[in-house]
Design a protein. Structure first.
Length: 307
């Protein structure tokens, strides 16, 4: 991680979710929230929740999935919100209190692959969004989901697929290494320094990084290994006009909680001259109204057999 300043009472997860995800920019925060809302609706469609059920939202963050589930189902839904981040659990609890639904919620601090305090076969639905990406043993987490589900219970989840970003970082490294140093453009070197600070850039590092070492097909395999015989997965790849057009937002935001923002990477790894050179080349690309972003999100549904 970078040498970013830490706000007291926060951790890397809350720093990213509450600040760095949108680079402190209200307009971009609004755009991000709209995107998250779309993912959440899709996860809850797959959950097929009913009145009187119990839902677990694993790695709840701000509580967006759980709180939207309560909005959809109403006062009979019981919700357990889990996370490894104490600041995020407190944040989600405050959100629940603000909406007057605190009484329907239980907050548990535990990792996705050890859902301590949740008894076997006790819940109807497990949902999670953008959490397994940060869990090293995804099969162990899915096994825990299987353990706590009642027979006939369902998992509905959404996870980003970041593998392509790491392969791009690795490809830039390969190009640089294949040329004599004098044949490599200074911009290319800086581009690699930036990308490699946010994503693993060698085969060895990619294989050992939980964020990038899986594809949609691996997730199906993990779910089967965890005891779900019936699995449905959809990969959604969306390209759209880039939502970031401001250089300030671009350098102060980052694509995932463990990635430092470009501003921190430049401060730590670039000389003043390199920063100027990089901004001169990169800024017109960021500010180009024809800029395109790509989003790769997988949605997985699975049911625990009835008996
Ligand atoms: C990208 S955020 C997603 C938050 C939320 N699910 C959402 O949809 O907005 C990742 C969340 O996973 C949590 N997390 C990270 N590692 C975890 C783990 N091993 N087990 C459970 N939660 C974890 C973080 O604290 C953070 O709240």
């Amino acid at each position: 991680m970078s040498g970013e300043a830490k706000t007291p009472g926060e951790d890397p997860w809350s720093q990213w979710l509450l600040h760095r995800r949108h680079g402190g920019d209200a307009r971009f925060q609004h755009v991000m929230r709209a995107a998250v809302d779309r993912y959440v609706e899709r996860v809850l469609d797959g959950a097929q929740l009913g009145a009187g059920q119990t839902l677990v939202d694993v790695g709840t963050g701000e509580g967006v999935v759980a709180l939207r589930a309560i909005e959809r189902v109403g006062s009979t839904l019981r919700v357990l919100l889990t996370d490894v981040s104490e600041p995020m659990l407190r944040h989600a609890e405050a959100q629940a209190a603000e909406r007057g639904v605190r009484g329907q919620c239980t907050f548990l601090r535990c990792p996705a692959d050890r859902l301590e305090g949740i008894t076997d076969g006790s819940v109807d639905v497990v949902v999670t969004r953008s959490v397994l990406a940060y869990v090293a043993d995804k099969t162990a987490a899915l096994r825990e989901f299987h353990r706590i589900l009642k027979p006939g219970g369902r998992v509905s989840l959404a996870e980003p697929v970041f593998m392509d970003e790491a392969l791009a970082a690795s490809a830039i490294r390969t190009v640089i290494e294949s040329k004599p140093p004098e044949g490599v453009s200074p911009f290319m070197t800086l581009l690699h320094r930036w990308k490699a600070a946010q994503y693993p850039d060698t085969e060895e590092k990619i294989l050992s990084s939980p964020i990038v070492n899986y594809s949609e097909r691996d997730l199906i395999q993990f779910a089967k290994l965890a005891g779900f015989p019936e699995v449905h997965l959809e990969l959604h790849i969306d390209t759209f006009p880039s939502p970031v057009r401001s250089w300030d937002v671009f350098i102060n935001s980052s694509p995932h909680p463990l990635a430092p923002p470009l501003a921190a990477i430049m401060a730590e790894h670039f000389t003043a001259e390199e920063r100027q050179l990089f901004e001169r080349s990169m800024r017109p690309i960021v500010e180009d109204p024809k800029g395109i972003s790509t989003d790769r999100m997988l949605y997985l549904n699975a049911s625990k057999p009835l008996g």
